[in-house]
Design a protein around this ligand. Structure first.
Ligand code: TMP
Length: 211
């Protein structure tokens, strides 16, 4: 990106359980800030007061009756608010946005995991986002067994963490298929090596973006 560009860059981070999203988000945040970039850090579902309320409902393990379409629509409801209140104002002000998950997670979890038709997700994406897509999506990739082992028993599992191996395999495969179909927009980062090796790969990607 040229420093004269007025619109900020929109970066999203994705991955399955235990890939090290939080640690690497913190690394990216620090790296971009050190490069002098004005940055907004946010997450999905959530990122706004209303969106965080929707997140609480979506992740509530006691919410056992939620049907797949409700889950999908709540994800996009939170996203609409997030775009309106946080993401678009930041990008339009020339700031960069670093978002922990975005619509690729909907394709992966609701599409791949739950089995909702991808074309229905694409319709909602178009409706809610118009032409807005991330400029770059980093997918931290790890075999499901390794990720679940790393995630361990951090706390009581949320509604998604209760899912089984097979669900997460479908999620992972959807992320990888999307990256393979559109290699310009995605960077798949192998999250298996030691953290300094992973962060070197991430840094190489960031260096290209701030050039
Ligand atoms: P996390 O951000 O702490 O990983 O938790 C968010 C959970 O929500 C995670 O299990 C993935 C899930 N999710 C979806 O299923 N669809 C979505 O569109 C998003 C943004 C998240």
């Amino acid at each position: 990106m040229s420093q004269t560009q007025t619109k900020g860059q929109f970066i999203t981070i994705e991955g399955t359980e235990g890939v090290g999203k939080s640690t690497n988000m913190a690394f990216i945040e620090q790296w971009l800030k050190n490069s002098g970039i004005e940055l907004v850090i946010t997450r999905e579902p959530g990122g706004t007061e209303l969106g965080e309320k929707l997140r609480a409902v979506l992740l509530d393990a006691k919410e056992t009756s939620m049907c797949d379409d409700t889950e999908l629509l709540l994800m996009f409801a939170a996203r609409a608010q997030h775009l309106h209140e946080v993401i678009l104002p930041a990008l339009n002000a020339g700031k960069w946005v670093l978002c922990d998950r975005f619509t690729d997670a909907t394709y992966a979890y609701q599409g791949g995991g739950r089995g909702i038709d991808m074309s229905r997700i694409a319709q909602l994406e178009q409706w809610v986002q118009g032409d807005i897509r991330p400029d770059m999506t980093m997918i931290l990739d790890l075999p499901i067994d390794v990720g679940l082992e790393r995630a361990g028993k951090r706390s009581a599992p949320d509604r998604f963490e209760l899912e089984k191996h097979d669900f997460f395999n479908k999620v992972r495969n959807t992320y990888l298929a999307r990256a393979a179909a559109q290699p310009d927009r995605y960077q798949v980062i192998d999250a298996a090596p030691a953290i300094d090796v992973v962060q070197q790969s991430i840094q190489t990607v960031l260096e290209k973006m701030v050039k």
